[in-house]
Design a protein around this ligand. Structure first.
Ligand code: FAD
Length: 475
């Protein structure tokens, strides 16, 4: 590929980071240039992987001077094309995977200070070794990085109890688009000294600077966990059950996921090792985890009593509580299998939406009707983190429809589903971000004023527009 980035800039980057820090051969760069679902394939002359903050600064300063655009990249597990360069080939990719030290754990302050390239699972493990919990948990935790989690404001299964990434950060260190270093690595729980600048960079998807390190909050490690899978009579009942469990347990529900029958059916069909949780088929299932700080805390009795009462009233149809670790894994395996099984099940049109928790059932029921009216026979697979109002409202193609013909209706179906989300004052991107996928669509869902404020922010921090151009907001 003929490079659009001047050769002398590529050479200077090479000199800053040394040979181990650059990739320029197609085979070496391949994994950095394709989005996980294959939706975007970018081009770039170079992937640079700094090992120190000084190297990050030097590369950014050089690119700023030369007007060369940079695409920051973590584990490249993001689902909206935000970490992929454009097809034009004029942007370099900055992979943070070698900037990956745990700088400090402070157990008494309940904090851990980590560099952006640390893999999420490693941070969880480091916290665990200090008898602490870092609660962010999601399907890609074995490969996504803290910098990516911060930049997408990742959510995952524990948001209900611990919040999303935005709630889990006390301080940040960021290399700004001109190469200056903002050291905001504070470890304070109280600091009312003006604008909370770190929040600008969280969820910014790499458009305002390169995050190099963060101070993250830790929590007491739970000593007892109760996991259950429950068949519920109605979608409204799923949310009612969540509310009852929160009340009865004193808010000890950490995860509460919706599993639809269609998702279980395709999992049984396509993913080896998945077992139907009950002998009888039901329409709606909730997978839940509650946790307590003390073993034998009585939590199990509380869950049993609450489910028993709900069963007497007909709200719950069947329930099983995990007796051991292997059963816990089996239950969560069903949840993961629903994601995997959608691939062999055919074309799937995705929505990652949020509505108020109290409107989740209404949203799904209205969306199901609208989808059937638009594409008869299309099979909704609404699943995910309903405990915090986030529904992955995916729709699998009708069995007798051509896959491409179905996928060609992506925008049309999105418009129908997102109109319902808007009518409920919801969000069209609950946890995955905007990236390239929704950069234009979001203009229909935010006010002109809000979009203008976002553009002003972008121009203020990145006047040359070199930081991840074409993502989040067009300037
Ligand atoms: C199987 C699977 C399950 C998933 N489950 C969830 C889930 O439950 N909840 C959820 O929220 N997401 C989920 N995701 C999406 C994804 O894992 C998250 O968005 C994750 O936070 C991205 O991290 P990453 O390191 O892979 O970032 P990348 O994909 O590499 O990058 C994402 C964005 O962050 C920017 N970025 C990365 N590092 C930096 C940095 N150091 N400085 C500045 N910008 C940076 C990139 O430019 C890009 O805009 C899932 C993905 C997969 C594949």
């Amino acid at each position: 590929m003929k490079t659009l980035v001047p050769e002398q800039i590529l050479g200077a980057i090479h000199r800053i980071v040394g040979t181990p820090g650059v990739k320029s051969q197609s085979a070496d760069m391949a994994r950095h240039l394709v989005e996980p679902r294959g939706l975007y394939h970018g081009q770039s002359p170079l992937v640079v992987s700094p090992t120190t903050v000084a190297e990050v600064r030097a590369v950014v300063e050089l690119c700023h001077g030369a007007g060369v655009a940079i695409v920051p990249q973590g584990g490249n597990t993001g689902l909206c094309g935000a970490a992929i360069p454009s097809e034009a080939g004029g942007e370099i990719v900055m992979s943070l995977d070698r900037l990956n030290r745990v700088r400090e754990i402070d157990p008494l302050n309940y904090t851990i200070t980590v560099e952006a390239g640390c893999i999420l699972a490693h941070v969880q493990q480091a916290a665990g070794e200090a008898d602490r919990l870092f609660p962010l948990s999601l399907g890609a935790e074995g490969s996504c990085q803290i910098g990516g989690n911060l930049s997408t404001n990742a959510g995952g299964i524990n948001t209900l109890r611990y919040g999303n990434m935005r709630d889990l950060v006390l301080g940040l260190e960021v290399v700004l688009p001109d190469g200056q270093l903002w050291d905001g690595l504070r470890r304070l729980r109280k600091d009312n000294t003006g604008y909370d600048l770190k929040q600008l960079f969280i969820g910014a998807e790499g458009t305002l600077g390169v995050v190099t390190a963060a101070v993250l909050k830790l929590f007491p490690k739970p000593r007892e966990e109760v996991t259950a899978i429950v068949a519920v009579a109605t979608l409204t009942g799923v949310i009612e059950l969540l509310s009852r469990l929160r009340l009865a347990s004193g808010d000890q529900v950490t995860a509460f996921e919706l599993l639809p029958r269609f998702g279980i059916d395709i999992s049984l069909l396509y993913v080896p090792g998945v077992r139907d949780p009950f002998a009888t088929r039901h329409e709606h299932y909730a997978l839940m985890r509650l946790s307590a700080g003390r073993a034998n805390s009585g939590l199990r009795d509380i869950v049993e009593e609450t489910l028993g009462q709900a069963m007497t009233e007909g709200l719950v149809l069947d329930a099983v509580m995990a007796e051991n670790e292997s059963q816990v894994r089996d239950f969560w395996r069903i949840r993961e299998a629903i994601v995997e099984a959608q691939i062999p099940a055919g074309g799937s049109i995705k929505h990652d939406v949020a509505v108020p928790v109290s409107r989740v059932a209404e949203f799904i029921e209205r969306a199901n009707v609208a989808v059937e009216a638009l594409i008869p026979g299309a099979r909704p697979c609404p699943f995910g983190h309903v405990g915090d109002g986030n529904v992955h409202y995916n729709v699998t193609q009708p069995t007798d429809m051509d896959k491409q013909a179905f996928l060609d209706r992506w925008a049309e179906l999105n418009a129908v589903v997102h109109a319902i989300v808007r009518s409920l004052n919801g969000s069209i991107s609950a946890e995955h971000g905007l990236g390239r996928l929704k950069v234009d669509e979001i203009t229909h869902y935010k006010s002109a004023l809000e979009l203008d404020l976002m553009r002003q922010l972008k121009r203020t921090l990145d006047p040359k527009g070199i930081m991840n151009p074409g993502k989040v907001v067009r300037v």
